[in-house]
Design a protein around this ligand. Structure first.
Ligand SMILES: Cc1ncc(COP(=O)(O)O)c(C=O)c1O
Length: 399
């Protein structure tokens, strides 16, 4: 079989090797503390699960409109008005198989070979690969730990060229947990106002897990003019604990949404009917539901930050949202466990931590930022305590 040229140009997640090692260790009977996970260890709300069962029992499971059930899109429109105070008509919204497909549809529908997409690093692993798969060129804007992983607008402006088509923003951020400040967003708006042809993809998937503010701020909240060139990406995976239900949505200019629906019509068609009906119920969940989840996560974050606070060299910026910490492991590079290879980079750090202490974490280089690792605090308090103890043990044994 001869594969297409584009297969040479993008990669499977580097985390696959770690995930494989974790599975082999598990098969051998070891208990793995999985701090690599990108999902909450909580069940979806009972009302949501019940609704899915009802739909199945009624057999009400035929295809829906390609862009999603009108009722669901109407309710998403109401949600966006309520949460962000931004008005979208039903036909300015598309429902897809996860936030990932929304991003894929948008890139597939807009990128020509050589078009550039600015991605802020550390970034979610799939952004550059989706851009490449769709024929575009990712341009990485490095954000720095010492600048609180904020967007440096001077460096941004240097990256902008006549080929820049999109800027991707993600706040709360995976993997750093950073929430962009209003000041940072306003500086960004100042730069963007000079380049009216650049589209903005605002990935708000962790919106419900913003611990700094009661409501997440979207860049459109600070400049309504940006609405005509912004695609909001959101979904039910994170805050609603519905990762496996594969349901995300995009809201943006009608012409863009139409192009995305056209692509979806010839790839997956509509998102899963059962999940769409259940999502209608999920949109009824109130403020108290998300407050409880946030409080649970804040407690878990405290468990990790206090357990690791006295670990010299394990420097982590405070996570303001999502459920990740992104500590630097620079201080441990060049060290080794007795009888093991020297730890040369974040990948060997994660591999040795996993093989010796059975704690799975993700190397920072997967997110475009080496010398760091991503720790998830989405797991149970008990597991987090064990995981932190083992990380400390591991670091103490490095010489
Ligand atoms: C930043 C970010 N955007 C989008 C997604 C995609 O989410 P979904 O599961 O809805 O496809 C993820 C999932 O991990 C993510 O971390």
């Amino acid at each position: 079989m001869l594969f297409s040229n584009k297969m040479d140009n993008f990669r499977v997640s580097k985390t696959a090797e770690i995930a494989d090692l974790a599975l082999s260790l598990k098969e051998k009977g070891h208990t793995i503390i999985n701090m690599a996970s990108g999902e909450l260890s909580l069940k979806p709300a009972l009302t949501v699960r019940r609704e899915a069962c009802n739909v199945i029992n009624k057999g009400d499971t035929l295809y829906t409109q390609v862009a999603g059930l009108n009722k669901l899109r109407d309710l998403i429109s109401e949600k966006l008005k309520k949460d962000l105070n931004i008005k979208y008509k039903t036909d300015e919204i598309i429902v897809s198989n996860g936030g990932k497909q929304v991003i894929f549809n948008a890139m597939q529908g807009t990128l020509n070979r050589g078009d550039e997409v600015i991605i802020v690093s550390p970034y979610w692993v799939s952004y550059p690969e989706i851009v490449k798969l769709c024929g575009g060129t990712p341009k990485i804007l490095y954000s720095k730990r010492k600048e609180g992983f904020s967007i440096n607008t001077e460096r941004l402006e240097k990256l902008i060229t006549s080929k820049t088509k999109w800027l991707i923003l993600n706040s709360p951020n995976n993997p750093t947990g950073t929430v962009y400040s209003h000041k940072n967003l306003k500086n960004l708006i100042h730069v963007l106002s000079k380049y009216p042809d650049i589209f903005i993809l605002s990935d708000d998937i962790y919106e419900k897990l913003n611990f700094s503010f009661r409501k997440n701020t979207n860049i459109i909240n600070l400049d309504k003019n940006l609405k005509k060139r912004t695609l909001i990406v959101n979904g039910f995976s994170k805050g609603y604990c519905m990762t496996g239900w594969r349901l995300g949505y995009g809201a943006g200019p009608k012409a863009l949404i139409d192009a995305m629906a056209k692509i979806q019509s010839q790839s997956t068609s509509a998102a899963n009917t059962i999940a769409q009906h259940a999502a209608i119920k999920a949109l009824e969940l109130d403020y108290a539901y998300f407050e409880e989840i946030k409080n649970t996560l804040i407690k878990r974050r405290t468990i990790v930050t206090s357990a690791l606070s006295d670990l010299d060299g394990f420097r982590s910026n405070f996570s303001q949202g999502a459920f990740y910490l992104f500590p630097s492991i620079k201080k441990f590079l060049g060290k080794r466990l007795i009888g093991h290879d020297k730890i040369l980079n974040d990948i060997s750090f994660c591999k040795q931590l996993l093989s010796s202490e059975h704690v799975a974490t993700v190397p920072g280089s997967s997110f475009g930022s080496k010398d760091s690792i991503r720790l998830s605090y989405a797991l149970s308090e008990k597991d987090l305590r064990i995981g932190c103890k083992r990380i400390k043990q591991f670091c103490a044994r490095l010489e």
